[in-house]
Write a protein that binds this ligand. Structure first.
Ligand SMILES: [Zn+2]
Length: 159
């Protein structure tokens, strides 16, 4: 008799939930949510420019701002559970990896500041559902000389 295995039997329960999480996270990737949130703001930006240290997720050349969207686990966010709690298995490996990422992040911030570029770090845990933190959006608007309230003087017909 043929052993009929459905595709879902091929993975253990934990493997399957890991895969499901990965699938879900590509759909709600914080970088994509951020891109969607800033799209209506009409700001010019490039994504991951290779010529800028650290290849920021978003780089706003005209206002001199680099935005990094950081996953709390990988970048060791010290203000949330996901960033603080490390896996118990292979603890040394994970700690070394995350500390290395943190060192690199700090180095990148220093390099960018030296070039006169402001660095905004947006932590994944600060997203509210699909919305990135308002604060960073407001800072971008302020920096571009536009007010962060609803009224948009640039769109008026005054001349
Ligand atoms: Zn966090």
């Amino acid at each position: 008799m043929i052993n009929k295995r459905t595709s879902s039997d091929m993975f253990s329960k934990s493997e399957r939930s890991r895969i499901m999480r990965a699938v879900k996270s590509t759909k709600t990737k914080p970088e994509e949510l951020f891109a969607a949130a800033i799209e209506p703001l009409d700001l010019e930006f490039t994504r991951n420019p290779v010529e800028i240290p650290g290849k920021p997720d978003f780089y706003f050349a005209s206002i001199g701002v680099a935005v990094f969207i950081h996953g709390c686990f990988w970048h060791g966010h010290d203000k949330c559970r996901r960033g603080i709690v490390r896996p118990k298995a292979n603890a040394e490996f994970w700690n070394a990896k995350i500390e290395k990422n943190k060192r690199r992040d700090r180095r990148v911030v220093r390099l960018l500041r030296k070039r006169g570029i402001a660095v905004y770090t947006v932590w994944e845990c600060r997203f509210r559902g699909k919305t990135p933190p308002k604060r960073v959006i407001n800072r971008l608007l302020n920096r571009s000389g536009r007010s962060s309230c609803e009224a948009d003087p640039d769109r008026g017909d005054s001349s």
